[in-house]
Design a protein around this ligand. Structure first.
Ligand SMILES: C=CC1=C(C)c2cc3[nH]c(cc4nc(cc5[nH]c(cc1n2)c(C)c5CCC(=O)O)C(CCC(=O)O)=C4C)c(C)c3C=C
Ligand SMILES: [Fe+2]
Length: 415
């Protein structure tokens, strides 16, 4: 594509976005037919407003990075990088500056600053978020070990872990989410191109969730076991939400103020075994009804779980090893985390079983009071553990959001 064409196309894209800003309701009304029209639209037809899905924009600049409290998107890419040999603090700072510029442009629906492949030209920002984190190795490679947070201590080894080191950890981490698959891929590619010469991809995984508009009204996600998953997540409206999810003012360390820690686990689901279980057995494993996520102690999805409730036969309504009992904050000294995961499917294994499961991402102010105590308990007494395998793991320090004119991680790299 020559420079002029690129410019014209990007203008078209910006004009489409602008149209929606002035006519959001029209965009909504058009949403239902957008797919069919999109396929047959002639080049010379006047542009119509983007559907809500395409026009929705998430702010890049702010107190916290995007992609933590942002509603889950339909498409996700997780990618970890290792710094190239010879790349130190200066090169890392330049990379974070490039990445921030790219993320800020793409999230606003603008072309990538260093040119682009055209993949996302016709689409709006589609709720794109790009989130950056630092792994433990980053600090030694950049001479910043004095700034390394205590909270980045390696996660303990859990007895059931079957971790693949090549798909675990990493110096840098980028989480990408968008409600359009091309927009998400475009961002992934731009991030990878920006890294050339400074960092190389260590591992990369692709995930998905239910698409916006697939249900008659917004609903909690389902995972690939078919369970309603995310019901008892901390809510931004909870009085202790910030305390649980974000590093408080002043840190420690100071540069992590308003940041969060992301625990990543690739968890394969043994779906063939799972599917052999009766509905009653599946529900007992979790402690919630499969159809609507209501606790087996009664009520609806959002009713508080009653751990004491007994069935007519005297047995516990929520079994002693039910996942919701083992993970409940009350049984873990208040430990809580914000789970924001993507499902994945990487084809079928040699034995014919799906290579599918959860790209589990949990956000917390401190993994030692969030993920770690809960996973310790799950490791020894969770009914769900018979149906899952933890195959990869990582922990990243995700700094606070960049202010206008700032790049992500600037307080660490220039502090
Ligand atoms: C260490 C943390 C957790 C891992 C790992 C984990 C894996 C995992 N979970 C499900 C499905 C469900 N989890 C649910 C609740 C739930 N899970 C965790 C933690 C981990 N889960 C917590 C803290 C909670 C909430 C507990 C509470 O406060 O009640 C549920 C129930 C619905 C919900 O509240 O989200 C489901 C379903 C899978 C399939 C899985 C690994 C593949
Ligand atoms: Fe869970």
């Amino acid at each position: 594509m020559n420079a002029k064409n690129e410019h014209d196309l990007s203008l078209t894209r910006r004009r489409l976005l602008g149209t929606v800003g002035a006519a959001g309701a029209t965009g909504l009304a058009l949403g239902g037919t957008g797919g069919a029209l999109g396929q047959s639209a002639a080049q010379d037809e006047p542009p119509t407003a983007l559907a809500t899905v395409g026009s929705t924009e998430v702010a890049f600049h702010g107190k916290h990075q995007p992609g933590i409290t942002t509603p889950l998107q339909a498409h996700g890419h997780l990618v970890a990088f290792d710094l190239a040999s010879g790349a130190g603090r200066k090169e890392a700072a330049a990379l974070l500056r490039r990445w921030s510029r790219t993320a800020s442009a793409l999230m606003a629906g603008d072309p990538a600053p260093d040119g682009h492949s055209g993949v996302a030209l016709d689409a709006g920002p589609s709720s794109l978020t790009v989130t950056f984190g630092f792994g433990r190795g980053f600090f030694s490679r950049t001479g910043l070990t004095a700034q390394r947070p205590e909270a980045l201590a390696p996660l303990p080894q859990f007895s059931r872990d079957a971790l693949d080191e090549k798909r675990s950890n990493g110096d840098l981490w980028v989480q990408i989410g968008a409600d359009d698959g091309l927009v998400a891929f475009h961002a992934l590619r731009a991030v990878q191109r920006d890294a050339a010469g400074t960092a190389r991809v260590r591992w990369q995984m692709n995930g998905f969730n239910r698409a916006v508009g697939a249900t008659p009204h917004p609903k909690t996600m389902r995972n690939l076991m078919g369970q309603v998953d995310g019901t008892n997540n901390p809510k931004p409206s909870d009085s202790d939400f910030d305390k649980r999810v974000f590093v408080p003012p002043g840190g420690p360390p100071g540069w992590m103020e308003d940041g969060s820690y992301a625990v990543f686990r690739r968890i394969r689901m043994l779906l063939d075994n799972w599917d052999e279980q009766s509905l009653a057995q599946q529900e007992k494993v979790i402690g919630r009804r499969k159809s609507d996520g209501a606790p087996l102690s009664g009520g609806t999805e959002t009713t508080a779980v009653n751990m004491e409730k007994r069935k007519a036969d005297g047995g516990l309504a929520i079994a002693a090893d039910a996942h919701v009992r083992v993970t409940a904050p009350d049984t873990n000294g208040g430990a809580a985390m914000l789970r924001r995961s993507f499902s994945y499917h990487d084809g079928f294994r040699d034995d014919g079983s799906p290579d599918a499961g959860l790209l589990f991402v949990a956000w917390q102010a401190d993994p030692l009071t969030g993920f770690v105590p809960v996973q310790r308990k799950l490791d020894s007494g969770d009914a769900l553990s018979r149906f899952i395998r933890h195959e990869a793991s990582a922990l990243f320090a995700v700094p606070g959001g960049a202010g206008e004119g700032e790049y992500v991680g600037q307080r660490l790299l220039e502090g």
